[in-house]
Design a binder for this molecule. Structure first.
Ligand SMILES: [Zn+2]
Length: 197
């Protein structure tokens, strides 16, 4: 038996998404087929819009549809604390914890194998730090060996800013776990209990 080609195509694409196996992909595709046509078209259009209108913020690197992003434009935020992260998804997690400083997203997930630290572009970060407003950089990196290596590399790379206080999230984060999937309370405690690096 061969499935209708458009159905097969959608299943194929859905199955490429993380956490979605072939069976779930098939279920979702059949569900979308039963959707009212307007909903299905809105779904397709929102995927196109996402790719056309969402970009990294020119200042902090967080995903945004306006430049600079709403966090960078928010004058209520404390400019003296900069939270440094690997991925935009981690900003969403840290936001949930109630953090009110600013962010810098590397938009690069460092992996021990096959990654070249020197490829990480730190020019923008250094420009922000040169402004002098930032007094503390919290390195909210993954709580594992990769995060440790990256933290040491970043600390050395910005060591010219001698007055900067460098901190890392307190332990208590699940080792090898992802900040993105850590609950709000654990994250809040990890930020409050951050340790000087
Ligand atoms: Zn921004």
């Amino acid at each position: 038996m061969r499935l209708a080609l458009p159905l097969e195509k959608l299943i194929e694409h859905l199955a490429l998404l993380p956490g979605i196996g072939p069976k779930t992909a098939q279920r979702l595709a059949l569900y979308i087929l039963k959707y009212p046509r307007a909903n299905a078209e809105a779904l397709a259009q929102s995927i196109i819009n996402l790719r056309e209108h969402v970009f990294p913020c020119e200042i902090c690197g967080f995903l945004t549809d306006v430049q600079p992003c709403s966090i960078c434009r928010d004058s209520e935020r404390d400019p003296s604390i900069l939270c440094l992260l690997e991925e935009s998804t981690n900003v969403i997690a840290i936001e949930r914890s109630g953090f009110k400083g600013r962010y810098y997203v590397l938009n690069q997930h460092f992996q021990l194998l096959g990654s070249n630290l020197s490829e990480i572009d730190l020019n923008k970060l250094k420009t922000i730090l040169s402004g002098g407003a930032v007094k503390e950089v919290i390195m909210a990196l993954s709580p594992d060996i990769e995060g440790d290596i990256l933290a040491r590399y970043l600390a050395a790379a910005i060591s010219e800013f001698k007055y900067l206080k460098l901190t890392r999230l307190a332990h208590g984060l699940p080792v090898g776990g992802d900040i993105e999937f850590t609950d709000d309370i654990t994250l809040r405690k990890a930020i409050e209990g951050r340790k000087e690096f």
